[in-house]
Design a protein around this ligand. Structure first.
Ligand SMILES: [Fe+2]
Ligand SMILES: [Fe+2]
Length: 288
């Protein structure tokens, strides 16, 4: 199994786009990339806009090679209804979040619109909530709909576990640092070797996020470091919108390392230094 992280906060954009090659299938999860419309009262800096274009072009290139497209929910950093639909979705098998059940109003509208658009081109679309699919020796196991964070105001997401007979990978989608037992239980039940987790929402501390939820997250993240099979633990996405991100999860880093687990961001897994842009937007404007 080969895993490529294409875009994400540690690469300078909002995304979790991931490409997985197994001997049976090429799978692209969440082909979308977005930017914070406002951060520190500022719109995206031109450097961020360039990075978004670059990442989108890369997503399209991987999309062309994929057999299976996975859409875990309908936020614009995870799908794109406006660009390259025919190029990316022609003849694809699409496994996606059911847009009619366990979903909030805005995602339901976006999901129905998106599926209507891609259905002109795809081979087939299947709602994946709670289902398992098999392609040769490769299994894709989807979670039941899980809350997007500590409540369901932002709707639900699907986690996905992929196993090819030798290696295993789990993509949490937007669980905002797994504050809830049901999010933790899905990961524990699958026991993957490589784990890609959306980290806590610390950049919202003091507004839409609080320390109690952060503590719930940290204690659940610590429990992941005890999993038998875990070799690689990646924390990224919401967490990396905060320049101080590492200070909040030091305990998790220590526990993982103590247990011999490699821990880092998606960029580091790809052999690159994390390059946060949104978290340094004020500085980007000052430098110009
Ligand atoms: Fe989301
Ligand atoms: Fe997201």
């Amino acid at each position: 199994m080969k895993i490529t992280f294409i875009a994400g906060e540690s690469f300078g954009t909002r995304s979790m786009a991931t490409y997985i090659e197994t001997k049976d299938a090429n799978i692209l999860i969440d082909p979308g990339v977005a930017l914070a419309p406002r951060r520190f009262g500022l719109p995206p800096h031109p450097i961020e806009l360039d990075k978004q274009k670059e990442h989108w072009n890369n997503i399209v290139e991987y999309g062309k090679k994929a057999d299976i497209m996975v859409i875990t929910h309908y936020h614009y950093d995870h799908h794109n209804p406006r660009q390259d639909i025919s190029t990316m979705f022609s003849d694809k098998i699409v496994l996606c979040k059911d847009p009619t059940e366990n979903i909030n109003y805005s995602q339901s509208r976006r999901g129905i619109y998106f599926i209507e658009k891609i259905n002109k081109y795809v081979r087939k679309t299947e709602y994946a909530d709670g289902k398992t699919f098999r392609f040769g020796d490769t299994y894709l196991v989807f979670s039941a709909p899980l809350p997007h964070g500590e409540d369901t105001r932002l709707g639900y997401v699907l986690g996905v576990y992929i196993y090819d007979g030798e290696n295993s990978f789990l993509f949490s989608s937007d669980v905002e640092g797994i504050p809830l037992k049901e999010q933790l239980d899905f990961i524990h039940s699958q026991n993957p070797q490589l784990l890609y987790i959306d980290g806590p929402l610390t950049y919202m501390l003091g507004s839409k996020y609080n320390k109690d939820i952060l503590h719930m997250s940290i204690s659940n993240l610590l429990r992941l470091t005890d999993m038998d099979n875990l070799e690689v633990f990646i924390l990224d996405h919401h967490l990396i919108r905060d320049a101080e991100w590492l200070s909040w999860v030091l305990e998790v880093y220590e526990a993982a390392r103590y247990n011999g687990i490699w821990i880092g961001t998606a960029a580091e897994f790809m052999g690159k230094k994390p390059k946060l842009l949104e978290a340094y937007r004020r500085e980007l404007y000052r430098e110009r």
